[in-house]
Write a protein that binds this ligand. Structure first.
Ligand code: HAM
Length: 430
């Protein structure tokens, strides 16, 4: 590590600072609101788990094979920084056995040792939901609609919902045999990676972006065309629900995801505003066999994860969700000063203003009254409240509307309520 690197955030990670972080607050607020209205409760989980929680979800995937941050703790346990959020939620479900359907949402950091580039980081953050305990296709519709409607809440419009079914334990084995046979017949045309892995995990080959593999897989049999009757019926009910809600989608028979646990409904939401290599804003699907793989009784489930960083890149590209201006209602100027009386009056008044719901701030460091006024002007506050000796002795303070320049005296004890009445966002609940 070079001298210059030592005190920088590690490669592939980022500090999110104000004022940019205000967009994160807004995105989180919108997601919590959407998920909350649909009956999902917040789940907060460890950032590290036992290796076993993840090992089984993708023995042949890059996420598990190449990208996990694994470490041995001081008690000699193999641990992993969570690369994704579904297996930990299922681990918690199996551990705590909550009543079903168990519907939860999360906002959490995830860690993957990837080659950092725009939209691909070593620590990224996902907003996600998981709904466990029923295979009712109505739940698929709810989860899919929630993902799309949330992205629309944020302001995004250039969205495509790609939808497929990956079948189940009945129809998938026969399909995998057919796919393996097809790939075996084209083995010489595949890239080295695909030629090596197609016997163990032929589905991964469908995800290979190298041109020679794309040429082969374009004509490969698609699982979507080999579904058993119950899987087909399930998919048709999902389509019907989405059509009823007016949620648009494209059938993507060759959609493959980077994790192995998916069964039946599987989807990705891409943004036309992002570079093709990283255009997935989010993805998810059913994982009806995962509970058993984590040592639990059978419990079907469905969910999705949306990458916050990618979502914000898409917002930039579409010109939506600008950084909200920092709104300050009141700036307090202390014209009394001193350690007693004045300073205490300012301290108490500022606290009162915040207590009644106003966004209020002040200058620090014993600055002159003139310097405090300059700071007030720079702060973008709507009003200044000044504590001054004469007014204080009359039980009043000076209030100045920085928009109009109008100035007046208001009773010290009434000023909070008086300002509240003037400030619009409070009335709007904002
Ligand atoms: P995933 O497709 O691996 O799915 O990740 C979900 C989203 O997280 C991606 O669409 C992308 O926006 C974002 N993302 C993933 N990796 C990175 C990265 N290295 N840098 C930036 N953003 C990234 C899952 O993780 C599943 N657990 C989703 C799910 C939930 N399936 C069912 N329930």
């Amino acid at each position: 590590m070079s001298e210059g690197e030592r005190f920088k955030s590690p490669s592939g990670t980022h500090d999110v600072l104000p004022p940019q972080s205000a967009r994160w607050e807004e995105v989180l607020r919108l997601f919590a609101s959407r998920a909350g209205r649909a009956g999902y409760g917040l789940v907060v989980q460890p950032v590290f788990e036992h290796l076993e929680v993840f090992r089984r979800i993708g023995e042949a995937t890059d996420v598990v094979q190449k990208e996990m941050y694994e470490f041995t703790d001081r008690g000699d346990r193999r641990m992993v920084l969570r690369p994704e959020g579904t297996a930990p939620v299922m681990r918690a479900y199996v551990e705590h056995r909550p009543a079903v359907p168990w519907k939860v949402w999360y906002a959490a950091p995830h860690f993957r040792y990837e080659r950092p580039q725009k939209g691909r980081y070593r620590q990224h953050h996902q907003l996600g939901v998981e709904a466990i305990g029923t295979d009712d296709p109505a739940l698929d519709v709810e989860v899919l609609a929630l993902a799309v409607e949330f992205l629309r809440d944020v302001g995004l419009r250039d969205l495509t919902l790609l939808l497929t079914s990956l079948g189940d334990a009945t129809c998938r084995p026969a399909y995998l045999d057919a796919l393996r046979d097809y790939l075996a017949a084209h083995e010489a045309e595949l890239c080295d990676d695909s030629a090596r892995r197609y016997r163990d995990n032929p589905l991964r080959v469908l995800d290979c972006k190298r041109p020679q593999c794309v040429a082969v897989t374009e004509k490969a049999p698609a699982l979507f065309e080999h579904l058993c009757d119950p899987c087909r019926a399930h998919f048709q009910l999902v389509e019907h629900g989405l059509d009823t809600l007016g949620v648009k989608y494209e059938i993507a028979p060759r959609l493959v995801r980077g994790l192995d646990y998916y069964t039946r409904t599987t989807f990705e939401i891409t943004s036309g505003a992002l570079d093709a290599a990283q255009n997935a804003l989010g993805g998810g699907g059913r994982y009806d066999l995962l509970a058993e793989e984590l040592g639990g009784d059978p419990a079907p489930g469905i969910g999705f994860g949306v990458g916050i960083e990618r979502l914000l890149i898409a917002c930039d590209a579409e010109g939506v969700l600008p950084v909200p201006p920092r709104r300050l209602d009141v700036f307090l100027v202390d014209a009394v000063g001193g350690e007693h009386g004045g300073a205490d009056s300012a301290l108490l008044l500022l606290d009162d203003l915040r207590e009644v719901g106003l966004r209020a701030d002040r200058a620090y460091g014993g600055r002159s009254v003139k310097a405090q006024w300059r700071a007030a002007d720079k702060s973008g506050a709507a009003y200044v409240v000044m504590v001054a000796p004469d007014e204080l002795s009359r039980g009043t303070v000076v209030v100045k509307d920085l928009g109009t320049g109008e100035q007046k005296e208001v009773g010290r004890d009434e000023v909070g309520a008086w300002l509240r009445a003037q400030i619009e966002h409070l009335g709007e609940g904002g």
